[in-house]
Design a protein around this ligand. Structure first.
Ligand SMILES: Nc1ncnc2c1ncn2[C@@H]1O[C@H](COP(=O)(O)OP(=O)(O)O)[C@@H](O)[C@H]1O
Ligand SMILES: [Mg+2]
Length: 264
């Protein structure tokens, strides 16, 4: 199963990715977590100590140069558009709590489909991960989907958009859903986070972009916020959050299973 998680900054993408990753691992699945946000902090959310934080692949300039044949710092060079990347997930990921974590990083302000060595490298990496890896793959993405190209989409089972009770996160959700449809994603889900009033659930549910299935909601959690402030992992912090995400995960899995059944 391959799931991409997106949404406006700060809505809870990393929290959802981490808790779902742990839940899949506990269910006996091999799990690969991919941090594809330029604001990479999935490692901290799953409790990787500060001195063991993996370097984002996109920052490894020598590696990118070796694989693409071009120096990421120079403009106007020819580079391979199909770099070899298959050996990298195992070589550069770290094992944590029954999962593996690969930090891709992103290109800040890279713009849609940056035609630079890094952009090509990340796109090739994503395509490889989505099409060739056999693990459950959860990709923590920023609000843009630029490295999820048409090819990777063929391996993507669902795009989950995290929203919070607010217009702006819904507008971002709308833009993400549109980008997702444009590249060919078929299954969309939404998780509502940081609910402070039960009435918000129906309001948001009714305002989700067309074709985006509501998967569930999570309450605002002072305990989660405190854990982040203290630099602790998100696991075992708030049972309400974990229960809500377990429900949402079940719902998503049954939608994906139904999609797979409809395909044969
Ligand atoms: N339900 C919640 N209640 C309170 N704080 C939350 C909740 N979910 C996430 N947070 C906090 O919000 C901040 C952003 O969450 P994070 O998962 O890093 O979002 P994103 O990856 O979308 O930027 C973090 O400090 C996190 O602890
Ligand atoms: Mg994040």
């Amino acid at each position: 199963m391959k799931i991409a998680i997106s949404g406006k900054g700060g809505v809870g993408k990393t929290t959802v990715t981490a808790i779902w990753g742990r839940a899949f691992a506990e269910g006996g699945h091999p799990v690969f977590l991919i941090d594809a946000d330029p604001d990479a902090n999935l490692a901290a959310a799953i409790g990787v100590p500060k001195d063991k934080l993996p370097q984002p692949l996109v920052a490894l300039k020598d590696l990118i140069k070796e694989r693409t044949g071009a120096d990421p710092d120079k403009l106007g060079q020819y580079f391979r558009i199909n770099p070899t990347v298959a050996d990298l997930p195992d070589a550069y990921s770290v094992a944590v709590g029954g999962m593996r974590l690969l930090v891709l990083g992103g290109i800040r302000g890279g713009g849609q489909g940056c035609a630079c060595p890094q952009g090509t490298f990340l796109k090739a990496m994503m395509r490889h991960l989505m099409l060739e890896r056999q693990e459950v793959l959860l990709v923590d993405m920023e609000a843009g989907l630029e490295f999820l190209g048409r090819a990777s989409v063929m391996g993507t089972d669902a795009l989950v958009i995290v929203v919070e009770p607010g217009r702006r996160s819904l507008e971002t959700a709308e833009a993400i859903a549109q980008m997702g449809r444009d590249i060919g994603i078929k299954r969309f889900g939404a998780v509502l986070n940081k609910v402070t009033d039960a009435g918000q659930v129906e309001t948001i549910r009714a305002s989700l972009p067309k074709g985006v299935e509501f998967l569930g909601s999570m309450p605002y959690s002072p305990a989660l916020q405190k854990a982040d402030l203290e630099g602790r992992a998100v696991f075992g912090v708030d049972a309400r959050i974990e229960a809500a995400l377990a429900d949402a995960k079940r719902k998503l899995e049954s939608l994906i299973a139904a999609d797979a059944a409809a395909k044969v």
